[in-house]
Design a protein around this ligand. Structure first.
Ligand SMILES: NC(=O)N[C@@H](CC(=O)O)C(=O)O
Ligand SMILES: [Zn+2]
Ligand SMILES: [Zn+2]
Length: 344
């Protein structure tokens, strides 16, 4: 096979940031993707419907002329979030989902949730109205090893929340473990999981062997090779539980290549070529469309995109090593393998 055509993919977990970074990275996603769930972890975070409306306007102004890329907005859940504001923002079509960050778990999560009982009324409203909760699934307990934080979160936080809130629709964002994939698979139609591009490619050795590689550091941190393989099996299975959320998370190089580097891999630019390579290696190119273009809309109750994209196999694809941002360069994720599938 030298060409494949799929429904235009969507990105169900994306960081577009704000200001100069928003201007720099929005065209990178708009080039290939139809829609994206835009993460609300700005400083300050996007907490209210009014803030989401203002942020959407700033994103729309950064979308290149002629592109029909559509940002789908999220609200950042805090212990002060008003259930009525969430319900109204969703009813107006302004907000697609609500994002739960355990306080301190990741980039810009300081305003996240400490006491999960305090967000119970919001979660109940969301369950009644079918508003999905997107979850960064890691505990922050300093006693828990960073490589175990996802698995512990599933048992100690996520499963109890789901049992206490029947009907709550949950997306486990950026799963990184076999336990995450198994739990998502067993969760039925109210549970989904996004898988990033980079977690299909790197394991923890890629971060640490032969010198520390800040551009492979993201959260949840990449795990052992057996977990990467479990993620590849899940993504390439075609199962409805799994869909693409790149978690493309740009930081300027100065913020990554330093004594306390930020977490996040920037993959918007070359994601589709990488995914085609990964799926082809599994003999699963025919299931790329399910993962990138069909399963996500089905979970969110949306139609797949009408438009298509075609990828063609040939000489290795070139892409920039860095993209320019007025705040400084941003390194594009290096999959450390030649990519042969070019998006036409
Ligand atoms: N994934 C990351 O490593 N970083 C994300 C935050 C997140 O998605 O947890 C970011 O905003 O930079
Ligand atoms: Zn996260
Ligand atoms: Zn993210």
């Amino acid at each position: 096979m030298t060409q494949i055509t799929l429904r235009r993919p969507d990105d169900w977990h994306l960081h577009l940031r704000d200001g100069a970074m928003l201007q720099a990275v929005t065209p990178e996603s708009a080039r290939h993707f139809g829609r994206a769930i835009v993460m609300p972890n700005l400083v300050p975070p996007v907490v209210t419907g009014a803030q989401a409306a203002a942020y959407r306007e700033r994103i729309e102004a950064a979308i290149p002329e002629g592109s029909d890329f559509t940002p789908l907005m999220t609200l950042y859940l805090t212990e002060e979030t008003d259930p009525a504001d969430v319900a109204q923002a969703h009813a107006e079509g302004l907000v697609t989902a609500v994002k739960l960050y355990p306080a301190g778990a990741t980039t810009n999560s300081a305003s996240g949730v400490r006491d999960f009982d305090r967000v119970r009324p919001v979660l109940e409203t969301m369950a009644e109205r079918g508003i999905p909760l997107c979850v960064h699934g890691e505990v922050t307990d300093p006693e828990v090893d960073i490589f175990d934080r996802e698995a512990v979160f599933i048992d100690h936080v996520l499963d109890p929340i789901r049992r206490a809130t029947p009907g709550l629709r949950v997306v486990m964002e950026h799963i990184t473990t076999r336990q995450g994939a198994d739990y998502a698979r067993a969760g039925g139609p109210d549970l989904g999981a996004t898988i990033t591009t980079h977690h299909l490619v790197i394991n923890r050795n890629d971060i640490l062997v032969g010198g520390i590689k800040p551009h492979y550091y993201c959260l949840p941190v990449a795990k052992r090779e057996e977990h990467r393989r479990a993620l590849v099996a899940a993504a390439t299975s075609g199962e409805a539980s799994f869909f693409l959320g790149t978690d493309s998370a740009p930081h300027v190089d100065a913020a990554k290549e330093c004594g306390c580097g930020c977490a996040g891999c920037f993959t918007a630019t070359n994601t589709l070529s990488i995914l085609a390579e990964v799926f082809e290696a599994q003999g699963a190119l025919d299931r790329l469309e399910a993962f990138a273009s069909l399963n996500g809309p089905a979970f969110y109750g949306l139609a797949p995109n009408e438009a298509t994209v075609t990828l063609e196999k040939g000489a290795p694809v070139t892409y920039p090593e860095k993209i320019d941002c007025a705040d400084g360069p941003v390194t594009v994720f290096d999959p450390r393998m030649p990519l042969h599938w070019r998006v036409l």
